[in-house]
Write a protein that binds this ligand. Sequence first.
Ligand code: GLN
Length: 444
Amino acid sequence: MTTTLSNLQKYLVEIAKNDKQGKKINAFLQVRGEEELIREAKIIDEKIKNGKAGKLAGKIIAVKANINVKGLNASCASRTLENYKAPYNATVIKKIKQEDGLIIGMTNMDEFACGASGETSAFGPTKNPQVLELIPGGSSSGSAAAVAAGFCDVALGSDTGGSIRNPASHCGIIGLKPSYSSVSRYGLIDLSMSLDQIGPLARNVEDAALLLSVIQGKDEKDSISQEIKSVNSKSARLDINKLKVGVLDIKISDDRIQNLINDKIEKVVKKYGWKLEKIKLNYIDLAVQTYYPLVYVEFFSGTRKFDGRRYGKRIENSAGVEVLRRILGGSEITKAEFKGRYYYLALKAKKLIEEEFSKAFKKFDAIVMPVYPILPWKIGDVKKMSVQDIYSADALTIPANLAGNCAVSIPAGKVDNVPVGMQIMCDKFQDAKMLQIAGMIEKV
Ligand code: GLN
C-alpha cells in the first residue's frame, strides 16, 4: 500500500537524484527539511488509518515561490526577496493543510512571474524534464517541471497571462487557470491583481480537479472572491451527446502545432458525437497589446511596497532586466495617464474581449485552440529574441485572463518529440464543466 510516507520518500529520492544533481532540472528553490516532512507524513498516515484524513491526504504538493507558505522562502525567484520568509499562509495553503496535503517545497519561476520561459529567475533557469535542453515554459516553470519530472503529485502555479497553461503545455501535463475570482488571491504576491489566478498543475485531470475543489471558494480575505459550483458537483454533469465545440479560426506560425490540435479535436468530436464548428473571435488580436499596459501599470503599483524598508531589498536595486522594464514602463504609462491613453484604453479593450467571449459561450460549450503558437526554445535562445517576439507568443493564453473565464491546457501529442498542449476554454464559473470535458478528451 502506498502511504504518504512512502510517496514522500519516493519523491525525495527523485529530487536528490535529478533536481540538484544528475539532470539538474532546478525545479525547486527550496525543499523542506526531511525530518519535518517525514514527521508530517506520519501524522497524515495516522489520520488515514483512523479514517479521519482530508481529501488531499497522501498527496505531495509543490508551491510556486510567489505564494506565501509560513516559514518558507517566498522569494518570487528574485534577489529582492531572496531572504524573505513568509510570515503567514496564503488562503490556498491554509485550505490545502486543512485537507492534509503535504507541502514539499517552493518552486522556481520567472522573477515575480514576469516571463514565459523560466529564464528570468535570478536563481538559474529550470530545464524541461521532457527534453532537457529546452525551456519548460513559464512563469510557473518549476511547478510544471516538478510535476512532469515526478518530484511531486501536484503543484500550485499562478496564471496572469498564461503562466500555468504555457509550462503545462511545454512539459506535457495538465495546467488549469480557474475562472477569475474563484480562487482566493490572499497571500499571492501579485503580478497584476486584476488578472492573477492561482491554479493547479497535475499529471492527470482528476488530480487537477481535486486540488481545485480544495482551493476554490469565497474567502473573506479576498473581497472579490466568490463561491462557484464545486468541481465535483453532480448537478454540473453534462449531457455529453449535445456538446458544441468551437475551434478557434486563427493562423499560428507553426503549422505542425495547428495541425496536431485540429487532428486531436476532430478525433475527439468523432468519438463522442459532438458538434464542431470554426469560430472567429473579434478583438482577440488585440489581446497582447491590451494585456501588457495593464500588467505594467498594476505591477508598477504593486511593487511600490518593495522599497527596501518593509520587505527585502529595494526592487530597483536588486531585480533583473524584465522586472525593471515593467516597473519603468508602468511608471511612464501612469504619468501619461492623465490623457487616458494607455491604461484606460486597455481597460476598454479588455471589456470588449470579455463581451466577445460571453457571446461565443452562448453558442458553444467550449472553445479549443493551441496553448502556445511555437515550440519551446533552447535554454538561452531567449537572448536572440526581441521583447516583442516573447510577448506576442502569449497571444493565445492572455485572452482567458482578460475575459476572466476558465481555461486548461491538456497534452495533445508531440511535435518533433516535444509535448504540445491543447487549450480548452469554458465560460466564467464553468470550471466544473470544463474539467469534465477535459477528462473526456484526456481519454482519447
Ligand atoms: N508571459 C506573461 C508575462 O510575462 C504571463 C505571465 C504570467 O501569467 N504570470 O506577463
